[in-house]
Design a protein around this ligand. Structure first.
Ligand code: G4P
Ligand code: NA
Ligand code: NA
Length: 190
């Protein structure tokens, strides 16, 4: 997606440890117009999948997921990382280990918000090692629902998440694919 790549080149900052900082439009401040363009792009890419629900993980997946849900006219559910006071115990849960942050997150989704007849589209802001997506796939399988696709805003193609998801036979679409962050420079996959 040209608009997104241009914005990454303009605003992105490469931090040590192969981390791309994009807090001006995605991870802290959010650009609603760009998110809307992202939603339209995901609708185009997954238009044949008969999506009935979108799943993401709080917090940074929510903005692109909601704008995609608006375009597809389907509900959006975000997995919680922390137990909410209002949430009952009737939830699907999965453990997600973050290699980036070296922490284990226990994600959960109330059973009322995913059904066996759902065709689910997973949306997330970053794909690195694929752990967050795997946790959501685990929850979708627990609900006996169907994983119809995975939409990623920024994929770090030099890490192994994409390869793992492809090997699982999932339909993955990433709007920006980064082949390298070497020498503090963003390079995209051709
Ligand atoms: P994985 O799910 O693909 O295995 O990714 P990993 O555990 O390595 O990532 C942990 C967190 O770091 C995730 O956010 C992920 O979106 C984020 N992340 C990974 N690589 C980058 C990067 O290069 N730049 C930025 N900005 N974020 C990256 P999270 O812990 O779920 O936090 P939140 O922002 O969604 O609240
Ligand atoms: Na995320
Ligand atoms: Na994030």
């Amino acid at each position: 997606m040209k608009l997104l790549e241009e914005r990454i080149l303009k605003d992105g900052n490469v931090l040590s440890g192969d981390i791309l900082k994009v807090d001006t439009f995605l991870n802290h401040q959010v650009d609603p117009q760009l998110m809307n363009s992202i939603g339209k792009e995901f609708k185009k890419l997954f238009d044949n999948e008969n999506i009935t629900r979108i799943l993401t993980v709080e917090s940074s997946g929510i903005a692109p997921a909601v704008l995609t849900g608006l375009q597809m006219n389907v509900p959006v559910v975000f997995a919680r990382k922390h137990k909410s006071v209002t949430m009952n115990d009737n939830a699907y849960t999965s453990d997600v280990y973050s290699y980036t942050k070296k922490v284990n997150n226990h994600i959960s989704i109330d059973k009322r918000f995913i059904n066996a007849d759902d065709n689910v589209l997973i949306i997330d802001d970053f794909l690195a090692n694929g752990q967050a997506v795997n946790g959501l796939v685990d929850i979708i399988h627990q609900a006996n629902a169907n994983v119809s696709g995975v939409g990623i805003v920024i994929e770090k193609s030099f890490q192994d998440g994409r390869k793992k998801l492809d090997n699982e036979g999932l339909h993955v679409e990433s709007l920006a694919r980064i082949s390298s962050l070497d020498n503090n420079k963003v390079t995209f996959v051709d």
